[in-house]
Design a protein around this ligand. Structure first.
Ligand code: AMP
Ligand code: MG
Length: 504
């Protein structure tokens, strides 16, 4: 397929171009266009087939619903079965604008558009080109961000072209977007309004209009077991090719630590890039330094974030260190995107900096299967690195040998299990230099409750920044094999994280 690119220039030729794009949309084709947040990939939202095309062009998981874009308030009634009073109040204040609201859907909206849900997300974008195009295209345009799934959202037509050239019918180039982060999503379909995705419209701005607004728990806690209410939020988004690590702490500690880490990487022949601000730029030694914006102007940071993540992909760096941009305002949305891009890898630095880990401790419930397998894998990967590797159980009534299937899988994979006997976790196993990785969340919580002074306790999934560890207990040999592979992948990532944090 040839992707036609039309450029909107603010002259008399625009109308014909928008009409042409509108005709394509009406005919069930895909057209990318600018909104004030990011570029969207549009299709007729009421046409099941057209909506399905979006998923294949983006490689988007089919359970990740689309936002329907409208251009007029009156259009809303046709696609929703109810309009709560609070939605009306928010629309009056923020539409057209970067706010998406979730409503119970009407039968006019196909399940292809809502990812199988009975609710529909709706937004009226605050961008003149978008509004004209929506009207020209029939009034209901499903438009997720116009990127390949998993890549940073596009903030220019060139980004769209980089990802989707040859896969969609048209790109309407309307220049760079003004906000640069996707819309705030608010769920009004339940009793308490809740933010499902932070964006330019902050919680405080919403509360000023409709009173108390909750925040989806999945956004607050970094916990892979809480399922976000916006299905798309569970996926790793915005992932740059290189590892990204966010460094948090006082400004001078962060700069000092990042300089030290970059130097250390260079000594090992690795190239690290740095994301900094106008204010901190003079203090960095790194050769590959990108200024994201100014701390005086959060909007500038939001606008440049995705473009910088994309730029790093073409720079061939081995890793990226970024400052943190936490704030009560737009910083919430910025950090939500940045932490996703980083797979939630955050390094906290205090004035003393960080020291190397002396012990890596895997904890499972019985210490007969998953944690000893993890121990064996880590021993092999970390041989000669000067870090002690152990595994322990939370409930070990008497010592037991390694589970036989786990043993067989380890031997098959070239790991000598040694003479393992399960062992109960005790205070002596812990301490300052110890990194504790638990097999599931329960053990993490129990350790934190019993040893509140212990830092660096994570679930393995959390620390590795990926999901999918399933217990093989009681299963077939193949289940143990699968678990072994999952552990290997996660431990690889965990080791990389320790290296990039300078803790190995
Ligand atoms: P994107 O259009 O790429 O910005 O992604 C749309 C986001 O809206 C995803 O995170 C979806 O999960 C979310 N979303 C769309 N429709 C719904 C819905 N009915 N309920 C909850 N979240 C939704
Ligand atoms: Mg998206």
């Amino acid at each position: 397929m040839v992707t036609t690119i039309v450029t909107i220039r603010g002259d008399e030729t625009d109308e014909a171009k928008i009409a042409q794009a509108g005709e394509l949309l009406k005919a069930g084709k895909l057209v990318a266009f600018p909104t004030e947040t990011v570029y969207g990939l549009g299709a007729n939202a009421l046409d099941a087939q057209a909506a399905s095309k979006i998923y294949s062009a983006k490689g988007r998981p089919s359970d990740n619903p689309l936002i329907v874009h409208i251009a007029d308030w009156d259009a809303l009634g046709l696609i929703v079965s109810e309009i709560p009073a609070k939605a009306r109040m928010l629309a009056e204040k923020f539409w057209p604008g970067p706010l998406t609201m979730i409503f119970p859907k009407s039968s006019r909206v196909p399940y292809e558009t809502t990812g199988g849900l009975d609710t529909v997300a709706v937004r009226m974008p605050g961008n003149d080109i978008a509004l004209r195009l929506i009207r020209a295209g029939g009034g209901y345009i499903a438009a997720p961000s116009a990127n390949t799934s998993g890549r940073p959202s596009p903030t220019s037509a060139q980004h769209v072209k980089d990802d989707l050239d040859g896969k969609i019918d048209m790109i309407v180039d309307g220049g760079e977007v003004s906000i640069g982060l996707e819309s705030t999503i608010v769920d009004l379909s339940e009793e308490e309004p809740a933010i499902l995705r932070p964006g330019y419209i902050t919680r405080a701005m919403l509360e000023e209009v409709i009173g108390e607004v909750q925040v989806d728990q999945a956004l607050i806690k970094d916990d892979s077991n809480i399922i976000p209410k916006a299905p798309g939020m569970k996926y790793r988004h915005y992932a740059p090719k290189a590892d990204l690590l966010v460094v948090e702490g006082r400004q001078q500690d962060v700069i000092g630590k990042i300089n030290e880490l970059v130097r250390d990487k260079a000594e090992h022949g690795l190239t690290a890039g740095v994301i900094c601000t106008e204010e901190s730029r003079p203090y960095y030694e790194a050769e590959i330094l990108r200024v994201i914006g100014s701390r005086e102007d959060e909007n500038s940071i939001a606008r440049n974030l995705f473009a910088i993540l994309r730029e790093f992909d073409s720079l061939e760096v081995d890793g990226i260190y970024s400052e943190s941009f936490e704030s009560p305002g737009l910083g919430q949305a910025i950090m939500n995107r940045l932490l996703k891009a980083a797979g939630h890898q955050v390094l906290q630095v205090g004035s003393g900096g960080v020291s190397k880990y002396s012990r890596l401790l895997f904890v499972s419930s019985g210490n007969t299967c998953v944690s000893p397998m993890a121990e064996g894998i880590a021993r092999k990967k970390l041989e000669g690195k000067g870090i002690e590797i152990l595994s322990r159980g939370m409930v070990v009534l008497f010592p037991e040998p390694l589970n036989q299937k786990a043993e067989a899988v380890m031997i098959r994979n070239g790991i000598k299990p040694g003479r393992h006997m399960s062992c109960q976790l005790s205070r002596e196993d812990l301490g300052d230099g110890c990194l504790v990785l638990t097999v599931d969340r329960k053990q993490k919580e129990e350790i934190q409750a019993a040893y509140p002074e212990q830092n660096n306790v994570y679930t393995l999934e959390e620390y590795a920044g990926c999901q999918g560890l399933s217990s093989p207990y009681g299963g077939e040999l193949a289940d143990y094999g699968r678990c072994f592979e999952q552990l290997e992948r996660m431990i690889d990532k965990a080791v990389r994280r320790m290296e990039w944090e300078g803790r190995l």
